[in-house]
Design a protein around this ligand. Sequence first.
Ligand SMILES: *Cc1c(COP(=O)(O)O)cnc(C)c1O
Length: 400
Amino acid sequence: MQSPSIHSFSTRAIHGGHQTLASSNPMITPIYQSTTFAQKEVGENAQHTYSRASNPTVAALESAIAALEQTQHSVCFATGMSATTALLLALLGPGDEVVCSDVVYGGTSRLLREVLEPIGIKAAFVDTSKTMEVARALTARTKLVFLETPANPTLKLSDIAAISTLTRERNIPLAVDNTFLTPLLQDCTSLGADIVLYSTTKYFDGHNATVGGAICTNGEALADKLRDLRKTLGLNQKPFEAWLTLQGIQTLPLRIHRQCDSASELATWLADHPLVERVIYPNLPSHPQFELAQRQQETGGALIAFELRGGLASAKRFVSSLRLVTLAENLGSGQSIATHPASMTHSDIPDHEARTLGISPGLIRFSVGLESANDLRHDLAQSLESIGNYSREKGENCHD
Ligand SMILES: *Cc1c(COP(=O)(O)O)cnc(C)c1O
């Protein structure tokens, strides 16, 4: 539980979550690698009894994340997907509907289509970048609106404040997956969200070392329900992962600011490159929702999406020619990562649907890391050049 803090975000990132034993004075929360916790007597209402239900290191991570989000509760999970699973099961049952952004993390879409739909929970995937489409999709059965903004991988934005006006009128909870920006860059609850969800795997950890998830809310009943589901389904975070994530959080503001600065510089550079069809970056005036980005988020973030001329062939050539940037399925770490969403994170979405959503074969998602922006630019440049050389050898024209 957090009371509003007098300290700035950077200070909270260092001091927010530390809980230590009174008998010794470690500077950081220890790893409580213990299945169970001794109880003094029958009927004792112990804070921690069994690590599937709760664990002191995980509890420290929860208070750290709540201190950054400035919510009463934060409940941590083994992965971002287990957080999403618990949230959907907490709020929806057979016959209920969730209105969900049409562009979302691939796993979220898979969970809704392949696991929840067959048990009677219906998802309406709508273009939440158009608030009117959300209004149109709400029915008497809607029990949750779930937004991802910026959305993975096309960085489409949804207007949290405008949508929260709709959901509040109808008493429908509004959840935002804020994984791409973290509470440092987008304050979802102030904008009107009731629930904020994170894959801590990404920026909170920031070192490619863990998987984890968290849900933040001021709703006591919801937090209790999430903890119950976590215990029953076995979805809790592990102490070592929680401990690593606690270390990551201390440098979260430093890392993200640096990554955003580099991303902004590289997005501008990419936009001028002849082999790049278009760059999607919320802080570029060419982003269709530039004005919303200025209003809703602190910076453009540290992810860039861009589409290469020449489609799939160019994308393949590009990612295999990168030397510094790694082809992988993660984002938010100090190591820069390139992902080819159409064949990797979003490969389960049928082709025609993916194209309609903007997940085209030439699309690259680029997570800008902590390397020097100059070195990253050189790597992108040499890799783009290899596409040019290749297509010249083949007598193709990438500029078409
Ligand atoms: C990675 C990710 C998730 C899922 O998190 P995991 O920790 O991989 O389970 C959910 N939402 C977004 C936006 C993500 O990027």
